[in-house]
Structures are given as structure tokens and as C-alpha cells.
Design a protein around this ligand. Structure first.
Ligand SMILES: *[C@@H]1O[C@H](CO)[C@@H](O)[C@H](O)[C@H]1NC(C)=O
Ligand SMILES: *[C@@H]1O[C@H](CO)[C@@H](O)[C@H](O)[C@H]1NC(C)=O
Length: 859
């Protein structure tokens, strides 16, 4: 309690001395500071009262305090007043000043009373004290300047200068202290806000309020003032960046996390709670993206690089108080190879000619891939092994061109499949197929199946007989491949070849025009040309060799011995002739060939069969036995010469043999040979008969020829105006031999099939004035028309042999324009009689077919 003892003691001594002076007045007054140490003395009564110490002892001096506490003690030995109890002025007097102890020194013997006053002076033994060591304030940061906050006072029991003097507040950043003196002398302490508070800068602060007194040394008391700044929503959220960048691949799944945005709000609590919204709420962006409360930007819908490569999203951050900040998220959409190339054919040809030049463009197409970079780089190719190539003409245009020669005959159609693929990983591709037809060009000549032909025909054939067929194929198409055949002009033995053979233009069937005679001509050759229907036409030709085969149509002819009508020649055999004597040799030839000309000789009749024999092979007549005189002079041998044909033909020869040594002998026997005359007469009769028949036939022939001539002239005039396809007619050289074989074999029966209207292209016929149509189902044109006619007759498609008689009934024909025409068609199936009149024929082709009365008739 007395930190500064030394100083105090000096003060005390000073006071005592002063008081001692006052004691002279009879009343002793001491002034001592409070808080003197126990046992310390502060005055000498004996001295101050002028008393002897013995008196004090004798008088049993004592201190009388009444009922108050005894703070002071008297030492009777020396009269010193001694502090007995600590004296606290504040306890003794409080704020009352001056403060003194009043007591009396009482003496006995005699009783004497001396009042003593001990004035207690204040020392600064109390510091100012606050009732509470700390004080808390919660102040809104929005508190206005000048706001006052009452602080409590400090208490200092000391008085006077030792009492409370002033306050200080530290630090003074925001607040200053203001003191108001009050009537009781105390002070009201206020703290005034002089600078705005900011919770965000400093939420908590501590101030120290210090109260000081005026003592020496000065004492102070402090109080902590804790200030908590209450938050006010005075801060908007602030994004960490003004622009966020992110990227996301297209076609990412819904719910894919894209990026996170963050806005901070300096405020506290709910004032600092930030929520995020997408600003472009009206646009489609809000359908694609979603932002969560905590700022995660999430994919909500499908995004397509090909529609948008970039999105800019306005993001707003809002706190509960409605303050906000905005930022932007820029999203780059990453391309994924999700688009196949798109092929568009801009133009393409359906067909090109096989003679097209190299690099002929057949198609142009555009190819487009909306993807980017490698994903959008496209390569196109076409299938291999076709004569086409694809070339890029610009960044997205491709053309398909021919890159080698085309040949329709090798490939008439191409499927060009174009495949375009991008360079993405994995690569996507698409393809189209173009079908291109190669159109025909007449670039192939007809080709005969063989390089040359050989055909065989047996002589004495019927005219019109088909010998055989040449066939040429043309690799081209349709009209370019329609082959027609024709004879090339040449001559055989000075006769035009067309009088030997004809060729059917459509079918290539070669017909014999005439009957051949092996003995006149053994073979001949000609050329057949095959020509296609192209423009210009192409043709080729082939050699046809016709070999005529022999028939045994000639009997052997005996050259020797010569058979004359009158004279008789005889061979002579001397009577002495030996066995095997060569009498003569029958020499015969046969104009046929081969077996047909292989002659054998036989003895048919003989006067004496035993005498002669005939060499089978050589015709040598030899004696078989010795000739004797008994043998008749005249020997008559009949030798048959036979050829080896099938059937064989023969000739007989009579050999007269005279068995004599000399010619006169022979002559005598000659008359005997005359008996053969009967035989010769017979022969003459036959010859005359034959001549008569020939003459009759010749006349008949003439009549027929003339009538046919007239008829044909008429008919050709009619046909000129009609398209009548089948015109049977009798050729000018018509002659009917009825197969008697006595006339020269000149057969010229023609059936004229018209392709155009008036020209004949085929001739054939048969000897018995019957014209044979050989229906070849493969032939076209006129033949088909004939066939259709035929179908009406038979109702079948079978090949039918038609035999036609054309009988112009001239006798009944009064007016040339109304000549009835009878066409008798004999088929293998049935017979029909077509009767029509010329006027009807000439009306029209179709009408003719419809109107022609058709009768089944059996002839
Ligand atoms: C082309 O394609 C069509 C249809 O797929 C097919 O009928 C034809 O045979 C093909 N042609 C070639 C030459 O492959
Ligand atoms: C027949 O064909 C040959 C080649 O095969 C040719 O040299 C000749 O000129 C042709 N003849 C005619 C008359 O066209």
C-alpha cells in the first residue's frame, strides 16, 4: 500500500513539524497521511503538550477515543503517538474532506484532558476503477456517424487531485470519446462514431478505455470495450473472373459438368449467400445449360458443333439481398466426328456411248461434311476395276470421268459406287451407286461361226431345197446386231451364182435355186456377206463351198463294141483259139463317179454259154474252152454292164462273135444277125412315143407360160399398191414336166416372199408344180407374217410345211380386175382353201386378212 515509502516519510515529517508548531496553542493537531505503517510514530505528546514524560507515566496517560476504533497508540515511556491500525482515509471519511481523527489524551492525578486532532491527509492510494473490466457492443456497420454509445464511469475513491481526472480511449480509428461534466462533478463518458464501420474490413475490434487520476504517481484503471460490427448487406457478390472459358465436346451427355463459376460476397451469413442464374433466360441457351446453386455449369440439352461452335452465357450471381454481379462463360464446342459426308449428285448421265472419249464426264457430285478439321476432310473413291476415275474439281466438287476405253460388248452396264469418307477417328463414310449404261455403237462386224463353210448336196436335188445355214453373230446390240445375209456377186462357170443358190436374208439359210448335176458341176464356191443393221453397216464375208455329191443317175455307156443300128460288127475267133483266148473287150464308162461308176460286166445271154466268159472287172471276153469246128460260126453274146450304185444301173451290149479264120466266113453268117431287128423295132416305137409326149408337153408349156406372163403382169400391178406379203406366182419359165425326167431338168418354180412389196428375195420350189414353203420359226419379217397367217389356220407355232397351189382361174375371169384367185394352202396339219378376189386383195393388207374367207377343205 505504500510503494513509495521514502517519499512518504519525508512528507510525513514535514507535516509533523508544521503541526508541532500548532500544538503550542493548547490543542495539538497532527496531520498525517493515510496509510502510515503500523508502529510508526508521528508525534510526541509529551513534547507537544509540554509535559514531562514522568507525568505521563504517573498520570497513567491514555487515549480516549470514545466508541471509535483505536488507530493510534500512546507510548507512555516517551510520549510518542504510534500508528496502531492502518488508517485508510477513504474508509474513514469517504469523499469528505478534510478527514481527521479526534481523540483525547486523558491523564489522572490530575485529571487532565488534552484534545488531539489527527488530520488524515489523502494519498493517491486508489486507482480509478471500472465496475466491469470489459464492455461489449454490437454495432451495425451501417450505423451513422455521430452515433453515441454510453460508457460507464470509473470510480476513484481518492479525492482531490488524487481523484479521477480524465479518460482516454484507444485506438481512436472509429470512435472518439466525449466527456460531459455533470453537476455532481462527475463526468458522463460517451463514445461517438466518427468513421463508418465496415464489417468486411474489421468485424471485431477492441478499444481500451483508460481512466486516470491526478495523483503522483498517477494511477489509472482500464476497461476493454469489445465492438462487434454487425453485418449489413452492403456488398454485392463479385465473380472471381470477368470471363470464364470452358470447352465441351458436342454430343456430350446431359448432365456433363462444364465448368464452375464462383462469385464471392463479402457479406456475412445470409447476406453473403450467393445463388447463380443464367442471364440469357429468354434465349435457347437456357434450354441447353443449367447452373446449379453452387455455380456448376451443367449441360442440359444436346449441343451440336454444326449448329453452334461457341456459346456465350451470361451468368448472374445474386445474394439474398438482391445485390448481384454478372460474368460470362464462353464455351467452345468441340467437334466430334458425328456427321457422315453428304453426297449430292448434281448431274449424272444414264448412259454414254461406248465410243466416248477418255475423260468424258459422266457425273458431277458435291460432297459435304459439316464436321471441322480432320473430321470434315473428305476423300472419295470409286470401286476398282471399272474404267472410271473420280477426280476432285474443287474443294467439294467431284467428277467421275471415263479413264479408259469402253466396250459395251464387254460390259454393258456399270455400277459406279462412290464412297466418301472423312478422316475422323473413327472415320464416317457414305456412298451412292450410279448405274451407267453403255449404249451401243456399231463397232463389231458380224462374225461367221466358221472361217469357211463346206456344204454337201446330192445332185438332182429339188430346187428350193435348203442346203445348209450360215450363221454370223454380231456382238453389238439390237439394230446394230441384226444380221442380214446376202450373196456376193460372183459367177460360176460364167453363170451368176444367184442362179445356183439363194440365201435367206434373215435366217442365213442357203437354198439351192436349181437342181444340180454332178456330172456337170462337182463343186462351186461363193461368198456370203453378213451385214449388220448399223449405220454405217459393218459386214464380213465367208466362203461357202458347195460340194455336189454324186447320185447314180447315169447308166453305164458302152463305148465298144459300138452299137450301130444297121451294121453288124463281129469279132472273130479263130477255130484254133486256145482256152482263154481274148476275143474282145467290152469297154464301157459311167459318167457317175465312185461306186456309181464302178462297172462290172456279166454275161447275160450267149449262144453257147460254155464257150465264153466275161471278165467281171475288165469286160474282157475270153474263151473258156477250146473252140472246135462243131461250134456255130455265129455266136451272139449279150453282156450286161452294171454299175455299183444303189440302185444300180445297167446297160446291155450285144457282141457278135464269128468263129472263123477269115472275114468271108463271117459275112456268110451275117444275115443271121438280122433276126435281131424285132428288137430294134420295139426300140423305135418307144422313141416315137417319147417324142410325141415331149411335143405335147412343150405346147402345154407355152400355153402356161403365156398365161402366167399375163397373170403376173396383172398381179404385179396390184401388188404395187398393196403390201401383200406372200405372192406365189409362176415364173416365166414355168414348165411342167410332172417328173417324167424326159425334159432337161430346168426347174424354175418360184415362191416369191416379199419383204418390201415387190422384190423377191428367195426362190425355191418343187418339181410337181408345188411350191414348198419351209417355215423357219427363227426367221423374221415376212416369214413371221406368213406364220401369223398360218397360225390362223393351225393355231399352232409348229413348223408347218405349206404346199401352195396358185390357180388363177383365167377361164372364169371376165374382167381382169375381178379375177378370182384361188390359193390352196396345204399344210401338214390341214388343208385350207383361201379364195379371194383381186379387188379384195388390193384393198388393204389388214382387211385382206380379216375378210379372206377361210374354208377348211380336204382335197
Ligand atoms: C448393278 O446393280 C443392279 C442392282 O443392284 C444389279 O441388278 C446389276 O446386276 C448390277 N450390275 C452390275 C454390272 O453389277
Ligand atoms: C471378204 O472378206 C475379206 C476378209 O475376210 C476381205 O479382204 C474382202 O475384201 C471381202 N470381200 C468383199 C467383197 O467384201
Amino acid at each position: 500500500m505504500c510503494p513509495h515509502d521514502r517519499t512518504m516519510r519525508r512528507q510525513v515529517l514535514l507535516f509533523i513539524s508544521v503541526l508541532a508548531l500548532n500544538s503550542v496553542l493548547g490543542q495539538v493537531t497532527y496531520s498525517i497521511p493515510e496509510e502510515m505503517a503500523k508502529g510508526s510514530s508521528f508525534g510526541n505528546i509529551a513534547h507537544d503538550l509540554g509535559l514531562d514524560v514522568k507525568r505521563l507515566q504517573a498520570g497513567k496517560a491514555r487515549i480516549h477515543t470514545g466508541n471509535t476504533a483505536e488507530y493510534v497508540q500512546l507510548n507512555k515511556e516517551n510520549g510518542l503517538l504510534i500508528i496502531k491500525e492502518r488508517i485508510d482515509r477513504e474508509a474513514l471519511c469517504g469523499q469528505i474532506a478534510p478527514c481527521a481523527l479526534h481523540f483525547q489524551i486523558a491523564l489522572e492525578n490530575p485529571i487532565e484532558i488534552f484534545p488531539i486532532t489527527v488530520e488524515i491527509t489523502d494519498i493517491n492510494d486508489n486507482a480509478p476503477v471500472f465496475e466491469k473490466g470489459e464492455r461489449r457492443f454490437e454495432i451495425s456497420e451501417s450505423a451513422v456517424l455521430g452515433s453515441k454509445f454510453m460508457l460507464e464511469k470509473a470510480i476513484d475513491p481518492d479525492i482531490g487531485p488524487n481523484g479521477l481526472q480524465s479518460y482516454t480511449l484507444k485506438p481512436t480509428d472509429h470512435f472518439i470519446l466525449k466527456l460531459h461534466s455533470q453537476s455532481d462533478g462527475s463526468k458522463k463518458v460517451e463514445m461517438i462514431l466518427q468513421k463508418p464501420l465496415d464489417r468486411e474490413k474489421q468485424e471485431f475490434s477492441s478499444l481500451m478505455l483508460t481512466a486516470v487520476d491526478g495523483g503522483q504517481p498517477q494511477r489509472s484503471g482500464t476497461m476493454q470495450i469489445h465492438i462487434t460490427v454487425l453485418d449489413v448487406n452492403d456488398n454485392a457478390p463479385v465473380f472471381t473472373r470477368s470471363i470464364y472459358k470452358a470447352s465441351v465436346k458436342e454430343n456430350s451427355l446431359t448432365g456433363t459438368f462444364i465448368t464452375e463459376v464462383k462469385a464471392s460476397d463479402a457479406d456475412k451469413g445470409s447476406n453473403g449467400d450467393v445463388s447463380y442464374v443464367i442471364g440469357n433466360s429468354m434465349s435457347s441457351i437456357s434450354k441447353l445449360f443449367h447452373i446449379t446453386e453452387d455455380g456448376h455449369l451443367i449441360l442440359k440439352g444436346p449441343i451440336d458443333y454444326e449448329k453452334a461452335k461457341k456459346y456465350e452465357i451470361d451468368i448472374e450471381a445474386v445474394d439474398r439481398g438482391g445485390l448481384s454481379d454478372s460474368s460470362k462463360v464462353v464455351i467452345d464446342v468441340g467437334d466430334v466426328n458425328d456427321n457422315s459426308p453428304v453426297i449430292n449428285i448434281i448431274s449424272s448421265s444414264n448412259s454414254i456411248g461406248e465410243d466416248s472419249n477418255m475423260n468424258t464426264v459422266v457425273a458431277v457430285m458435291s460432297v459435304n461434311d459439316p464436321d471441322s478439321e480432320e473430321n470434315g476432310k473428305v476423300q472419295c473413291r470409286i470401286n476398282k476395276n471399272i474404267p472410271f476415275a473420280i477426280t476432285p474439281t474443287s474443294s467439294y466438287l467431284y467428277s467421275i470421268e471415263t479413264d479408259s476405253e469402253l466396250d459395251r460388248e464387254t460390259a454393258s452396264e456399270y455400277n459406279i459406287s462412290v464412297t466418301c469418307s472423312d478422316e475422323g477417328v473413327p472415320s464416317l463414310s457414305s456412298s451412292v451407286t450410279l448405274t451407267l449404261h453403255i449404249s451401243d455403237v456399231n463397232d463389231n462386224a458380224p462374225v461367221f461361226e466358221k472361217s469357211s463353210y463346206e456344204a454337201y448336196i446330192v445332185e438332182n436335188n429339188t430346187p428350193g431345197l435348203s442346203i445348209f445355214t450360215v450363221k454370223a453373230r454380231d456382238a453389238d446390240w439390237n439394230q446394230n446386231a441384226r444380221v442380214s445375209y446376202m450373196l456376193e456377186d460372183s459367177s460360176v462357170n460364167g453363170v451368176p451364182v444367184s442362179s445356183y443358190v439363194s440365201v435367206s436374208a434373215d435366217s442365213g439359210v442357203i437354198h439351192a435355186v436349181r437342181s444340180f448335176d454332178y456330172e456337170q458341176i462337182k463343186d462351186f464356191q461363193f461368198r456370203v456377206k453378213a451385214q449388220d443393221g448399223g449405220s454405217p453397216p459393218l459386214s464380213s464375208n465367208v466362203t461357202v463351198k458347195v460340194l455336189i455329191q454324186d447320185q447314180n443317175d447315169n447308166p453305164p455307156q458302152v463305148l465298144y463294141p459300138v452299137q450301130t443300128g444297121g451294121s453288124v460288127v463281129a469279132e472273130m475267133v479263130p477255130p484254133s483259139a486256145d482256152v482263154g483266148y481274148l476275143v474282145t473287150k467290152v469297154v464301157a464308162v459311167d459318167v457317175d463317179s465312185g461306186q456309181n461308176a464302178w462297172l462290172s460286166y456279166k454275161l447275160h445271154k450267149a449262144t453257147d454259154r460254155a464257150l465264153f466268159e466275161v471278165g467281171l472287172q475288165n469286160g474282157e471276153i475270153r474263151t473258156v474252152r477250146q473252140v472246135s469246128d462243131k461250134d456255130a460260126v455265129k455266136q451272139r453274146l449279150t453282156v450286161i454292164v452294171e454299175d455299183n450304185g444303189q440302185p444300180s444301173r445297167s446297160a446291155t451290149v450285144v457282141v457278135n462273135v464269128a468263129v472263123a479264120d477269115s472275114f468271108p466266113e463271117v459275112l456268110s453268117g451275117l444275115t443271121d444277125f438280122a433276126q435281131d431287128k424285132e428288137y430294134n423295132d420295139n426300140l423305135t416305137f418307144y422313141l416315137v412315143l417319147a417324142l410325141a409326149v415331149v411335143s405335147f408337153l412343150f405346147i402345154t408349156c407355152l400355153v402356161v407360160i403365156i398365161s402366167v406372163k399375163i397373170y403376173r403382169w396383172r398381179q404385179s400391178r396390184v401388188l404395187y399398191h398393196s403390201n401383200l406379203p406372200v405372192i406365189p406366182y409362176y415364173p416365166p419359165r414355168y414348165s411342167d414336166t410332172l417328173g417324167t425326167g424326159t425334159l432337161p431338168h430346168v426347174y424354175n418354180y418360184e415362191v416369191c416372199r416379199t419383204t418390201d412389196s415387190r422384190k423377191s428375195d428367195c426362190k425355191f420350189g418343187r418339181a410337181a408344180s408345188q411350191n414348198v414353203l419351209i417355215m423357219d420359226p427363227s426367221s423374221t419379217g415376212t416369214m413371221q407374217r406368213i406364220q401369223s397367217e398360218k397360225k390362223t389356220l393351225t393355231g399352232t407355232r409348229m413348223p408347218v410345211f405349206l404346199t401352195c397351189w396358185m390357180t388363177p382361174l383365167l377361164t372364169e375371169c371376165q374382167s381382169p380386175r375381178m379375177c378370182p384367185l384361188v390359193l390352196i394352202v396345204e399344210s401338214s396339219m390341214q388343208f385350207a382353201l383361201l379364195t379371194t378376189s383381186r379387188s379384195k386383195i388390193s384393198s388393204s393388207a389388214s382387211k385382206r386378212r380379216m375378210e379372206a374367207p377361210l374354208h377348211s377343205a380336204v382335197t
